[in-house]
Design a protein around this ligand. Sequence first.
Ligand code: TRP
Length: 328
Amino acid sequence: MKKRILTGLKPTGELTLGNYIGAISQMVELSNDENNEVYLFVADLHALTEYQDPSTLRERIKKFIAMYIACGMDPEKVSIYIQSDNEYIPMISWILECNTYYGEASRMIQFKEKSKGKENFTVGLLTYPILMAADILYCDADLVPVGIDQKQHVELARDIAERFNNKYGKTFKLPEPLISKEGIKIKDLKDPSKKMSKSEVNPNGVISLFDSPEIVSKKIMGATTDSENLVYYDEENKPGISNLLNIASVISKRSIDDIANEYKASGYGNFKKYVASLTSNMINDIQGKYNYIINSGKLEEILNKGKENSRKLAYEKMIEMKKKVGLN
Ligand code: TRP
């Protein structure tokens, strides 16, 4: 049996180098393994939990899909789709909501953080992880690669699945989160105590996959470091340099030690130049592919295929659930 692996990204903010290194490049690797069956989607329904400008959102959904492919996701091997194209998922989500306790949902860290101090937040913010459970459980995903901040949601999906199985008989596979090491590690260039995030306000700390290669170089050259001027890995005392070593290591596929040894005593300037050229070349490459794909007229066909693959599985699961709970 193939392993089914699924993940989604919410289209709020631009895709960043952090998303590439932490999520997308890992998915590309997983999809190149013949033993895996990979699903990758744009979680556009999740984006609606907070207001999005409609035309920006519409544009961004398409950009995410094209960027996934530009980053190396092969639509021949991977089912790439838009969450809202699969209308069975919200139905599955509703049945799961009715098997989730309010207390459980309201204890989610992300919910608490996003609702804290606000008078008006949407109910969608509370049910967000249950929709996420539907995303995961409809296709019996074995593994769900996510950032550490989403781990709790995958665990909730597992709890809901287990509860449903106990009540109604085995229906769902219990998913496992897969936390990428690099994903946790890619930090903001200006404040290496925070993760590099697509919703960050200081644009100099975040590299967008749409930044021009010149801007990418500038941002790397301007990354915050300590003043010791010796290149070695020490997350605690040298978070800025360690972050750049992580970035360089993933892009070049060289080990951190190897890079650190080469640049140890050559000063931060030379080291940063190396990281800047690695990163800007890679982004230049990705953007070339992106422009080709977005203008190729093939996106629709790719999306239709992904949509049909996902709808077929979701339909089957929905029918099974309806039968089990007593709906016609
Ligand atoms: N919540 C994820 C994010 O913040 C997106 C997401 C939605 C997701 N559904 C999912 C991730 C299912 C993994 C599996 O980007």
